[in-house]
Design a protein around this ligand. Structure first.
Ligand code: ZN
Length: 363
């Protein structure tokens, strides 16, 4: 079966680093890099980029979903690299300017020059890069709340922005300086002792009352639906569950469908129980669920989150973990898989992460 979209989830420890390729007959793949993991992911990402075909290594869009160390850490050296200066078509990132005035369009090219400088803390040190060009330089956000924004990519996939909304961007703008400082100077990551208890009854686990994510950087996450040749992947970043759910519900309403079914869903916030809520699982039924975390510092993924997925997913869904460890291995239990009708996949090469191929369903 021909592949429409390839999604690679690199081993970025507690963070996200995803390479999405939309395959096009007779042309090079349209490529999107989503986040760069924490700083120590950069050598791994660089090695992966070095393996792109020398004749066509372009990254059409590089997305910095939000300012947290486990997402921008590897993006700072990436954006400063010669590769990025030569081969990146557009950087999608909501900087302080976009967060503060979402409708405004930068007045000059000089505005774009602050991207790397802002991230690296060295204003004016770098020449400019294409920045939010697909959005005419304005913020990447949903125009109404709840709502969504469709982006036209000539020759590329159909992309729909599902997060952030205006309120979440405004919330980030209020704490911008301290949030960026924290992202650039994070506390050291801590390995969490992997001594997880038994999972028990999944319905009980799924129904466990959990507090919702309220951190402004996560809430400002750029979450995208990428659709290409009938295949689709929902890239949840660290977005809030209710923000994504509301946007997906609005999109389903506009399309006249009961829910936005997708081939693959990169779960928000590394499978945190504060983000992966039952309503969200119902709003985007998927064939493949992607979980990006080795459990460092926050112990992701949380058991209630994965329980909500496997009890709420369509029958036969597959959960992909980019790390095989004591925490994620419990989900391979044959009795659980049989009882709830799901499959589990882990990396065959731990240094490479996982690769999910989504088949062509249309033109
Ligand atoms: Zn994160």
């Amino acid at each position: 079966m021909a592949t429409a979209i390839r999604v690679e989830m690199l081993p970025a420890r507690l963070g996200d680093c995803l390479l999405v390729e939309c395959l096009r007959p007779g042309r090079r793949p349209w490529r999107m890099l989503v986040d760069g993991g924490p700083p120590d992911t950069w050598p791994l990402l660089k090695a992966r980029l070095d393996r792109l075909p020398a004749s066509n290594p372009a990254i059409d869009v590089a997305v910095v979903t939000h300012i947290d160390s486990d997402h921008i850490g590897g993006m700072i050296p990436f954006l400063a690299s010669d590769f990025a200066r030569t081969h990146v078509g557009d950087v999608w990132f909501n900087g302080h300017r976009q967060a503060s005035s979402p409708r405004a369009v930068p007045r000059s090219v000089a505005q774009g020059e602050t991207l790397t400088a802002t991230l690296s803390g060295a204003p004016g040190a770098q020449p400019g890069m294409p920045w939010n060009v697909a959005f005419a330089g304005a913020a990447i956000a949903t125009p109404v709340d709840p709502g969504f924004a469709e982006v036209t990519i000539p020759g590329g996939p159909r992309i729909t922005v599902l997060s952030p909304n205006g309120r979440r961007l405004a919330a980030l703008a209020k704490v911008w300086t301290e949030a960026l400082d924290k992202a650039l100077h994070p506390e050291p990551d801590r390995p969490v002792p992997d001594l997880p208890g038994p999972l028990g009854d999944l319905a009980t686990l799924a129904a466990r009352k959990t507090s919702k994510d309220g951190t402004p950087p996560n809430g400002s996450s750029i979450a995208l639906l990428v659709e290409h040749r009938g295949a689709s992947v929902l890239l949840g970043a660290d977005a809030f569950g209710p923000v994504l759910t509301d946007a997906l519900t609005a999109l389903a309403g506009a399309r006249g469908i009961p829910a936005v079914a997708v081939d693959a869903f990169k779960l928000p916030h590394h499978g945190s129980e504060a983000n992966v809520l039952a309503d969200l699982v119902a709003a985007a039924p998927a064939t493949h669920y992607l979980v990006s975390s080795n459990g460092d510092t926050f112990g992701h993924p949380d058991d209630p989150a994965i329980a909500r997925v496997v009890t709420g997913a369509p029958p036969g869904a597959t959960v992909w973990f980019n790390y095989r460890n004591a925490r994620t291995e419990r989900w391979a239990d044959p009795a659980l898989r049989t009882a709830h009708g799901y499959a589990v996949r882990y990396p065959s090469d731990p240094a490479a992460g996982v690769l999910v191929k989504l088949p062509v369903r249309a033109g």
